[in-house]
Each structure stands twice: as C-alpha cells, then as structure tokens.
Write a protein that binds this ligand. Sequence first.
Ligand code: OOB
Length: 538
Amino acid sequence: MTSTPTGSAHRDGYVPFPADAAAQYRAAGFWAGRPLGDLLRASAHRYPQRPALLDAEGSHSYADIDAAADRMAHGLLALGIAPGDRVVVQLPNVPEFMTVLFGLLRAGIIPVLSLPAHRRAEIEHLARLSDAVGYIVADRAGDFDYRELASTVRDAVPSLRHVLVLGEPGPFTDLTSVPRDGGELPEIDPGDIALMLVSGGTTGLPKLIARTHDDYVYNATTSAEVCALTEQDVYLATLPAAHNFPLACPGIFGTVGVGGAVAFVGDPSPESAFAAIERHRVTVTAVVPPLAQLWCAATEWEEADLSSLRLLQVGGARLAEVNAKEVTPALGATLQQVFGMAEGLINYTRLDDPAELLHTTQGRPLSPADEIRVVDGDGNDVAPGAEGELLTRGPYTIRGYYRAAEHNARAFTPDGFYRSGDLVRRLPSGHLVVSGRIKDVINRGGENVSCDELEEHLLAHPAVRHAAAVGLPDAVLGEKVCAVLVVDGEMPTLAEIKSFLTARGLATYKLPDVLRRSDKLPITAVGKIDKKALRAES
Ligand code: OOB
C-alpha cells in the first residue's frame, strides 16, 4: 500500500543523532515515532469540527484543513517534486502558511523555512546549499516584489525548477492551482529530516538546521504541555511563522497537536495585533522584547479587548526585569520568558514559577533529558552559579548544521554538545539567566545579525578598507547595528552604505543603524579586531 520510498540524497551532509542516543530517546518515549504531519491528522480525527484556523473569512475546521493539506501534498507531488526534495518557503504570516507547511510535510518534501525579510543574498545561499528544487513565495509585500527575487534566484540556482506564487503569479505557477485529489501519500520515516530552519548565524552565511519529525514533534508537544495548551486555546502567530519560536515553541505545531486554533497576523503592531486578539479571542502569543514593551505601552491608548489573552511568551533576546514586570499589569496575561534557539534547546519559565523567577530568569530547559553544561574559556565546568558558556545536548538539539562540516568542528564538542555562544548563570532551581554572549552576533530586538556576514558585505564596498560590526545599546531594540569603517578617501554616508548593502541583496534587518569612521581598528593581543574596545569607543 505504501508508495514511493523517500530517496536519501537529502541526507548528504546531515549529521544524525548517534544510534545509542537515538535508541535512548526512543526507549524513554521522548521520540514518539510520529511524523509531524500526524499532529494535524490526529486532531482532525479527534476534533473534526473544531476550528483549526481562524482568518478574515471566519473559521476553518480541522476536517477542512486536514483535507486541504492532503490536497496540497498530492498537488506538489504531481508537479514532480519528490519526497526528500527541498523547497524554500518564504511566506508572510498568512493563513495559507498552514496548508503549504502541512502539505509539504505530508508529501515528505522538506521545507526550508526562510524569513520574509531575507533577500537575494540569503535566499540564493539557502537554495544552493539545500539544492532546492522549488521556491514558494507570496507575490509581494509592501513595495517588495518577491517574483522579481524569484526570477533572480531561479537564474542563479540551477536546481530550482518550480516557483509557486501565492497571489498574482506573474510568469510563475499560481499556488492555488496546485492542490489536487490523490490516493496514498508517501510513508514518512519519523527519524528522517522533516524541515530545515535557518540559524540566526554566528559566522559567515546563515546555516541550515535540519530537524527530524521525531525531534520536532517532541519539541512542539512538550512545549504545549509546559504552556498547558488545550483544544480551547487560540494561538496567534505574531512573529514570522517560519521562526522556531512561533512555529513550534509551542506555536503552530504545538497548538495543532492539541486541537487548538491558529490565527496569523501579518503586522505585529499593537493596532493590528490587538485587533486580531480581540476578534479571534486569542489566548496565547509570542513576541520579542521590543514588541512586548510596545504592546504594554500601547494599552494606554489602544482600546481593544485583550481579556482573552492568558499567556504572553517573550523571548529571542534578553527581556529586562523592568519590562518583565510590566507585562501582567498592562496586558492581564501571565508572562513566560523563553530562551530558545533554532538549534534546539528551549528554556521556559513555568506558568507557576514565583514572580521573582518569571521576572529575572530566562527559564529552565524544556526536557528532563536536556543536558546543560556551563563552561569557562578552557571548556571546564564553572562552579555552580558562576557565569560561563552554555553547552547543550538533548533529544531535540541538533548534532551538527546541515552541510557545514568545517563549521561543525568548532560549533559542537567532540561528544556532541552544541556550543551556544551564550553566557549564562545557572540557579539552583535549574533556571538560566542569560548574562551575555561570546559569539560575534548582534541581537537586534530578537533578530540575530552575524557580524562576520555583515563585515564581508561591507568590505565589498570600494571605499572600505577595514570594517567591523558591533552592537551598541539601544533603548528599544536592546542592541542596534553599528558599522565601524576604515575608508580610503571620503566616508560614505549611512544612506549610501544601506543602499549598497541592499543592492547586494542583504536582508533589511542586517543593515547598519549607525556608521562610524575610524582611522585604525583596535586589535587584541591575538590580532583579532578588539570589539570590546570598539564598542567602548562608539
Ligand atoms: C530564538 O532562536 P534563534 O535561533 O533565532 O536565536 C537564538 C539566540 C540564542 O542563542 C541567544 O543568543 C538569543 O538568540 N536568545 C536570547 C533569548 N532567546 C534567544 N537571549 C537572551 N534572552 C532570551 N530569552 O531566538 C528562539 C527560538 C525558540 C524560542 C525562542 C527564541
């Protein structure tokens, strides 16, 4: 009865869990042997008539969304996209995200989940790295035309055969023409790659993070338990849905797994997000700290009824204690701090944690099987409570980036711990306090900007001799992007540098907020650019 077995080319460059660890995770029940698409199937069996998706038209039942996902899966396969093939998905927060996502998963086609803010530099890289055969986009967002981006990427990446467009398709295939009826869908191996996330980036270009069905189902369903999600909950995808946080922490997958309803909002401003909360009676959503701050302030002038909101998750960057304290009084919801990473490990404050922990920590690990080490510069464990780098290994943390052997040798210890680059302190309760960072990344309001990557682009400018990117404190974003340049001749203006980088196809959130000129970049004892000194000077 089973059809096409999945090929294995997609596993080239994939770093699997070691067999003994996998066996343990299975035996302990962490890995349930369920494909991700089954989260939707099981809820459709249990609650066929309950709402799965809420949008402008009203509510769509589990039975309807389940059938739509199957039809999407059949349509994608009928185009000639095969199980195991990779397809770059770049969609805004629209209801169609659900059927596209579950359609791909059910077909065994691997979504490469890029963010709407990604541009040519990122998309070309991700498409090439994954040998993507397809690219799914919306026609446009604001004044940006994704079809033009798609033309450029298709010309540059030979593997890319299918461009599917939501909206006006232009020269490409209309996404709504794809779904069709069909018989059996391919059998999915739960140990196989389900989807790929994009790393916030530490060095150079963004990395791909291959997550398996087993590990991601565990991630989503256990997160749903921590958040006490039930079929009565309504989750609002406020952050870009392709990001791990709104996708599976517990997000869309966690909500679907318990039979709750999902709604999407394209614009996270208080005006539109509050209207969505009121309209759909949203109970849970996730935001980054600058948005949490903005939402709290906006309750002063926005009149929407937010009484349905029971849980506000805040993560992606450090939430200051003063801002943490504002959340419940302003929004009436319980605050949950979330310290997670696309590579795996997620820390949550628990719903019944005392206020002190809610306000001053970034939570504790999701799983009893999460292994945490806090180490000094030599890789030795620090004393309990002391600051050090967080290393982690566990049932939903990758053992290596996809097709990045060289980088993996540095980013993972020989025994498989991921070096997060985050500085933490661990309290006796197991809660972690994020105290800093050793990786060369700027966290711009929850969006991670790799300094290496930005510097490479800056160096391509004809006037730039040396370039260094550093994060400077910012009241709203936490950090803003500062580019320090050593230039020949006249110093380019910020506007010139921004349009230069945009023309190189760099995502907007990576563009510098400020520019500084320097005669000479300070150097450390080992000859690296001294970013600490630069930050102090800037
Ligand atoms: C989430 O995932 P990524 O992959 O975009 O970024 C991960 C990095 C962490 O290594 C850390 O440097 C920073 O973002 N981060 C935080 C934080 N949450 C993430 N730094 C301080 N405090 C926090 N609460 O950002 C992500 C993934 C899943 C759930 C939530 C966030």
